[in-house]
Design a protein around this ligand. Sequence first.
Ligand code: BGC
Length: 373
Amino acid sequence: MKSGLMKKVFAALLAGAMVFSLTACSSNTSSNGSSTGASGSSAKHEKIGVSMPTQSLQRWNQDGANIVKQLKDKGYPVEIQYANNDVNTQIQQIENMITKGCKILIIAAIDGSSLTDVLNTAKQNNCKVIAYDRLIMQTPNVDYYATFDNYKVGVIQGQYIESKLNLKEGKGPFNIEIFAGDPGDNNAQFFYNGAMSVLKPYIDKGKLIVKSGQIDFAKCAISNWTSALAQSRMDNLITSNYTKGEKLDAVLSANDSLAIGIVASLKSNGYGTSAKPYPILTGQDCDIANVKAIIEGQQSMSIYKDTRLLAAKTVSMVEAMEQGNAPEINDTKSYNNGVKVVPTELLTPVYVDKNNYKDILIKGGYYTEDQLK
Ligand code: BGC
C-alpha cells in the first residue's frame, strides 16, 4: 500500500516535471532576440514563422509587431525575421524557420518570384504558407493570401487626382508624371493598373499630359520602392521636361516611400511657393512622415491600410489552418500566381487627406495627435 502510494506520488511529480519542461521548451527564447516565446499555453500550438521584407519602412515594422503580438496573445510560439530587402537573406531566413520547426509561415515576399525552391522545402516539411500583403508567385506551395484590395488602392489614387483636378467636369489639360512600385512586387502592377483604369482615358483624350512620355509600368517602376531613386527620377523628369516654365499639376505616386523622394525633388526644384504650389501627390501607407507632409500640404493624400486588421485576419487564418479548417476568404479569382489562383482575403483600403486624417487616424487609434506633430 505504502509503496503504491509512493509510486503514485512519484508519477504525479514526474508528470508535473514533464509539463514544466514542455512549457519551458516551447517558451523558445533565443539569443538573437528574433524568436519570441508565447506566454501561456504555447505547448498546444504550432510554431509560426514570420518573414518580413525590411525594417527600413515603417509599415513592415508595424505589420511584424502586430502579427507577433496577436499570435503571442493566443499562445503561439513565433519566430520573426526581417530580410533587409535582400532576396537571398529572406530565403535563408525562411530555410532556418523550417529547420527550427515552424509549421505555418507568414511571408511578405521581397521578390514574389524568388521563393519557389524554398517553398518546395517548406512543402516537404509539411509547412503551410500564407502570403502576407504581397502575393508569392510561381509556386503551388502557397495556401492563402491576406492583403488589402491592391487594385482598389490604385483606383482610389486615380480617383483622387481625377476629383482634385475636376477632370470629370472637363477641366484640363494638366501635366502629370507617374511613379510605380518595385517590379518584383506583384502588388506594384495592381496599384498601377488600378490607377491607370481611371487616368488613362484622360491621357488618351489629352486632358492629362505626361510630358516625359514615360507611361508604361516598366518605365515608371522604382526598384525596391526606394525614396532616393524616386527623387533622382523626379529630378531627371523635371530637368528634361519642365524647364520652360511648365508646371506639374499632379504626380501619381504608388506609395509613401516614393512620395518622400518626390517631395524632396519638388522642393529642391522650387515647388511649394504660391507661384509654384505643390502638385496633387498621392501615396500609400499613412507613414507618420507622410501624414505630417499631408498636414503641411506637401503631399495630398495617402492610402490607409490598417495593419492591425491585416494581422488579425492573418492570425485567424493561422488558427483555422492549424485546426484543419479552411479559413474564410472573399476572393477566389483575382490572384493567379502563375501556377494557381490563390484563395485570398481582401481588406478594404480608404484614403486619408488633410480633411479626414483626424477622424480616421487619430480617432481610429492608429496614431496619437502627438505622433503627428
Ligand atoms: C505594400 C505597400 C508598401 C510597398 C513598399 C507593397 O507591397 O502593399 O503598402 O508601400 O510594398 O513597401
